[in-house]
Design a protein around this ligand. Structure first.
Ligand SMILES: *Cc1c(COP(=O)(O)O)cnc(C)c1O
Length: 475
């Protein structure tokens, strides 16, 4: 399997070539040259594999179609080491919770940091360690986080050979629980840097350091952001697992609703659907930051400025542009790299928007690719959290609530709807208290986490200080 760029660069690359990279050299995103088609017989075989060999067995089958430059026995061992009941809380790894007949939550948030990002990041940690050892190389991961991504990356990379993590976060601005999760890690290869500033300051430092190409090369600076193809690929697996858990035979359709920000999670659903998984609708749920909902309703994709980007109670969906969206548009345009380059490199840079409403392909987003959308507000979240708790006795987090609210607007008689549960309520306790007047449930392993000793360095918002620290650690 070869990978190409959404902006047309077709230099053949294999999985291991792109694993440790971010953007393609032409600024596009990597995609496989084709989506392997899965027929009904294969679906039946995979259903059996999930039942007999578990989630890791299914993951191996799916990953093998896209990764042909890691020996199968090694890839299988990586899957088995990653997807264990010990790490993800249950033998099913991503079990369904029934809300009503035909309406389910798919639990993706029982990994180490209680958000769905663990599903991909835990695999990425093991793939990185394997590939770096094979090459005899080291990697310094530099990232900025406002919460979920940074902690998922740290828990995936802690103690890994050949990898150091330098994670910038805005000092004093993450939730108490998120701070405790990250800063209590005592692993020598994990470096928490609390920057005196806001999230944008952290991100600016990461950009500045990465733009210093000599420094980047010398210190092998890498990232783990959501445009990484391996992360997206890992997420494809749970769409198949959710389908098998919700259905009895391999002809039935299901719909999925996905609380969305950077379009990584739902893009994995698109890949699963293109492979032939019988998904009817892919419902994109946004919060007040409705860049994606606007596109699917109107055909206009308009990135927001920082003044137009709202701070909401589902903060992991607070985006000004959706960094994985280019992958879907590339497919929608019939994989015309030149056209997607014109839209993303020219139109977006010049005008901050593009408009496909008059183009016949726009109708295909729904008719051929199954995409529909909706949005949710703070008041909707509170009402949904209250209602699901009162009626089903299930406590959901704010992001999942956005999903449930929008899913209800797209239910179809006789078709199961699976809402992806993207985080647990304990991560967003203040809004749960606002909705329910009580504290969220806390998994036992996190008892007293706020009292643990902390390993964090507070720094001014100064890229030179961050560089000096990296140099010092690598000396
Ligand atoms: C990251 C995240 C999202 C958004 O996922 P994308 O892949 O960026 O669309 C939604 N909910 C939670 C809890 C997250 O951490």
């Amino acid at each position: 399997m070869h990978y190409l760029s959404t902006r047309g660069d077709a230099t053949p690359r294999r999985f291991s070539d792109i694993l440790l990279e971010g953007l393609a050299p032409d600024g596009g995103l990597y995609l496989p040259e084709r989506y392997p088609r899965v027929d009904t017989a294969t679906l039946g075989r995979w259903r059996q594999i999930l039942a007999t060999q578990g989630y890791a067995g299914l993951a191996f089958e799916i990953l093998s179609l896209y990764i042909d430059d890691i020996p199968p026995a090694d890839l299988k061992a990586i899957c088995q080491k990653t997807y264990t009941a010990e790490v993800f809380g249950t033998p099913e790894i991503v079990p369904l919770k029934k809300l009503k007949d035909g309406f389910y939550l798919q639990a993706l948030s029982n990994g180490p940091t209680l958000a769905f990002k663990d599903m991909a990041m835990q695999l990425l940690g093991n793939l990185f360690e394997y590939e770096l050892a094979r090459r005899g190389e080291q990697l310094n991961i530099l990232g900025a986080t406002s919460g979920d991504t940074g902690s998922a990356a740290e828990y995936a990379m802690r103690g890994k050979q050949g990898i150091r993590v330098f994670m910038l976060s805005p000092h004093g601005r993450m939730s108490q629980f998120q701070q405790a999760q990250m800063f209590s890690l005592q692993d020598a290869n994990i470096h928490n840097l609390a920057v005196e500033g806001v999230f944008d300051d952290c991100q600016d430092i990461v950009k500045a350091v990465s733009n210093d190409l000599a420094f980047k090369r010398k210190y092998k600076i890498g990232t783990v952001n959501s445009i990484n193809w391996a992360r997206l690929l890992a997420q494809v697996v749970y769409y198949f697992a959710g389908y098998f858990y919700a259905t009895q035979n391999d002809q039935e359709q299901v719909d999925f609703t996905v609380p969305s920000g950077n379009f990584g999670n739902v893009c994995a659903g698109h890949v699963a659907r293109q492979m032939g998984l019988p998904i009817g609708q892919l419902v994109v749920a946004t919060n007040e930051n409705d860049v994606l909902d606007e596109f699917f309703r109107t055909g206009v994709y308009r990135v927001r400025g920082s003044a137009d980007t709202h701070e909401t109670s589902s903060p992991s969906m607070d985006i000004s542009k959706a960094s994985n969206f280019e992958r879907f548009i590339f497919d929608l345009l019939g994989r015309d790299g030149e056209r997607s380059r014109v839209l993303f490199a020219d139109a977006l840079t010049r005008e901050g928007r593009f408009d496909l409403h008059a183009d016949p392909v726009f109708a295909e987003a729904r008719a051929r690719y199954g995409f529909v959308s909706g949005k949710s507000s703070h008041a909707d979240r509170l009402a949904t959290i209250r209602q699901v708790f009162a009626e089903q006795g299930v406590m959901i987090d704010t992001h999942t609530a956005d999903g449930v609210k929008v899913a209800r607007e797209h239910l179809r008689a006789g078709v199961p709807m699976l809402v992806l549960e993207t985080a647990l309520p304990i991560k967003f306790a203040a809004t749960i208290r606002e909705a329910l007047g009580r504290d969220p449930d806390r998994p036992a392993k996190f008892d007293g986490i706020e009292q643990l000793p902390r390993r964090v360095l507070v720094l001014p918002a100064d890229g030179a200080r961050v560089k000096a620290l990296i140099e010092q650690e690598c000396a």
